[in-house]
Design a protein around this ligand. Structure first.
Ligand SMILES: [Zn+2]
Length: 116
């Protein structure tokens, strides 16, 4: 069982990570505008590679971001730490390494195999 104090700590971590990602995403979109202004043919290839790199970074961060939002919402709703599939409690160890986890290990494995 996650104590109230631990939950508060988890929440703080999630909030600060959320702010971090928001800042990074903000920086990325600012850079993109600068690129658009200074682009010439020679830079095109490099820019495209950087662009896809950024895009995948953004995708990864964005999915982490949505997970964090969901985790924060579930803390507020009092359902944090329960599996969204089977509603069993997610083990504390798993939450320690992955505070955004929304599924227990069993369900996560099933989800990765496309079974749920
Ligand atoms: Zn489960």
């Amino acid at each position: 069982m996650v104590t109230k104090l631990e939950l508060e700590k988890i929440k703080q971590d999630l909030v600060s990570r959320k702010l971090e990602i928001e800042k990074e995403l903000q920086n990325l979109s600012n850079e993109k505008m600068v690129d658009g202004l200074s682009q010439d043919d020679g830079d095109q290839v490099v820019t495209l590679t950087m662009e896809s790199l950024r895009q995948s970074l953004q995708d990864t961060e964005y999915s982490e971001y949505t997970n964090i939002i969901a985790a924060l919402a579930s803390i507020d709703a009092g359902t944090y730490g329960s599996c969204q599939e089977c509603h069993e409690r997610i083990s504390e160890n798993r939450l320690k390494f992955n505070p955004n986890a929304r599924r227990c290990l069993n369900c996560q494995e099933k989800a990765e195999k496309g079974l749920i």
